[in-house]
Design a protein around this ligand. Structure first.
Ligand code: F6P
Ligand code: MN
Length: 314
């Protein structure tokens, strides 16, 4: 694949990149609109409102005021985009009909991933899935594009619309400038990111982790899915896991809102994602709030995970 940055030999912003990559016009407008939303969410983060909202989300987790405002910003941006028929997010218990009924796209979101890290000033993110199918029916197969935004020392946005995975940095002029085009993971990396408590891990998962440790993998876990995944993508290899736990076989992370969009992005970079048995993008979710164990990253580590997990026989 020829890099657009090689052809233009210079500054490439998000809109130009998507246009040159031949992405469908409404899809690129929508991706642009979502990227702009990242600026508004980051402005909210800068207001530094770390207070609890006094509500819980559908998973029984306490919402920060920031979780709710990020969700409201996204919903209203999607409502005004003109391309979105339905919107669903981790912070709501129902699907919102926002279009007239003839719009092409259906958007799912984790508006503020890792929000419990806000008070510690660690990086957090926003995850989006853009589907071509009505939300109750969505899954990995209905994704046409996925994106995540990382709010760290810099704001970066990574997207894939099925034509490679690309990173952009938000500059001081408010433009998203291409910083990593056609990112490709190496066959094997050297970092691992481990969710869940060791005492709650199942024996086959523990064996897998001990194998990685014997191979000299370095621990890199911030507690924020977006920055942890982003580290693996930008360092071009490694593995993130949040496994099945002894008393919770479905793990913690959410298939529709978190795992499938991020798996789409990783696969666009030549990576892989599995629940230990099945490819994450092949899983047909049975409910909007379905959770799943996850092993995601470069090929070697994910194939190894499947090898160790298939020993369990469950
Ligand atoms: O969205 C859930 C989340 O906050 C992820 O960002 C992160 O990977 C995970 O939970 C952290 O969970 P734990 O606190 O159990 O390590
Ligand atoms: Mn999250």
């Amino acid at each position: 694949m020829e890099n657009i940055s090689d052809v233009t030999k210079g500054f490439v912003d998000l809109r130009r990149h998507m246009w040159m990559a031949g992405i469908e016009v409404n899809l690129r407008r929508l991706i642009w609109q979502i990227a702009v939303t990242g600026k508004y969410i980051s402005a909210k983060i800068h207001e530094s409102n770390r207070k609890l909202a006094g509500f819980e989300n559908i998973y029984g987790e306490e919402q920060l005021a920031l979780d709710r405002s990020s969700d409201i910003i996204l919903e209203s941006q999607m409502r005004h985009s003109g391309f979105v028929r339905e919107y669903a997010s981790e912070e709501r218990d129902s699907i919102i009909q926002i279009g007239k009924g003839d719009e092409q796209y259906f958007v799912t979101a984790d508006p503020l991933d890792g929000s419990s890290l806000v008070d510690a000033n660690l990086a957090i993110g926003t995850i989006l899935g853009i589907h071509n199918t009505s939300i109750p029916e969505v899954g990995g197969k209905s994704l046409v594009a996925a994106m995540y935004i990382t709010y760290g020392p810099l704001i970066t946005m990574v997207y894939s619309a099925g034509k490679g995975t690309h990173e952009f940095v938000l500059n001081r002029e408010g433009e998203y400038v291409l910083s990593g085009e056609n990112i490709v993971l190496k066959e094997r990396g050297s970092i691992y990111s481990l969710g869940g408590l060791r005492r709650d891990w199942l024996p086959e998962h523990l064996e897998y982790i001990e194998y990685l440790e014997s191979e000299g993998y370095k621990l890199r876990y911030s507690g924020g899915f977006v920055p942890d995944i982003n580290q693996i993508l930008i360092k071009k290899g490694g593995v993130f896991t949040y496994p099945a736990l002894k008393d919770n076989k479905r793990g913690k992370l959410r298939l529709i809102f978190e795992l499938q969009p991020v798996a789409f992005i990783m696969e666009g970079a030549g990576g892989m994602a599995t629940d230990g048995k099945e490819d994450i993008l092949s899983i047909k979710p049975e409910s909007l709030d379905q959770r799943s164990p996850i092993y995601i990253g470069s090929r070697f580590e994910i194939e190894k995970a499947s090898e160790f997990l298939s020993k369990s026989g469950t």
